[in-house]
Design a protein around this ligand. Sequence first.
Ligand code: HEC
Length: 230
Amino acid sequence: MKSLLRACAMGCVLSAAGACQKSEVASAPISAASPTRPSAPAQAPAAAAALTAPLQLTASIQELMDAVIDPAADALWNSVSIIQTRNGTVFNQPRSDEQWHEVRRRAIVLIEGSNLLVMDGRKLVAPGSVVLDQGTSGVLGVEEGQKRLDLQHAAFVQFAGALRDAGTQMLAAIDKKDAQAMMNAGAAMDGVCESCHTMFWYPNQVIPALPPEFGSSKSAPKPKRIPLSP
Ligand code: HEC
């Protein structure tokens, strides 16, 4: 076998270059995959466009929060932390290649999820649903919330863009495997979530002043909503 291969290689060098080129093309992975590429799509786009709209809304903003944004953000926040224990400080961060890959997936979901938020016609909640904590003081009802969303859509789009930027900052930190930068990006994300929620979810909420050191670390607890006394 070995001698055959060597003979072939020698033959190629010695004989016409065309023989060598031919065998290279035949064995290249790209050419093996390419036959499916040019042939398939020739008629497909027109037919597909006739059958379905290119974009179709299925979920409300509430459902996107629940299914896409919140789980991705939680996974990212939980992936880096500094915990003080009796035995010292424990730094929790992604370490293996698989762990880095996993947080990268979450960042991609967050970034692209923020694009989904701003699609035209996306409603606040699904028909028949209520805003989470609706009826609690400070929280807008569905109609008020939807009205605000319609009237101030530009601001909503800005917040979604800020979320995408924070996600992009997170992605860059992940690609550098920089846990401290991930923490900073996590804090930026947190600020954006809160800002958008304050405008479109619970604008009338009253939050007592927080101590100045609050929010400097992701391991600090999130602010609790304080119900107003009647
Ligand atoms: C562009 C605006 C915007 C941004 C940015 C945003 N949210 Fe929201 N979010 C909303 C609105 C509006 C609601 C209220 C709808 C509802 O859930 O009732 C909401 C609701 C939620 C809910 C409640 C979902 C439920 O089950 O009702 C969660 C959880 C949530 N957001 C998490 C987050 C997190 C975490 C982030 C940041 C990583 C974030 N959101 C960023 C607009 C935003």
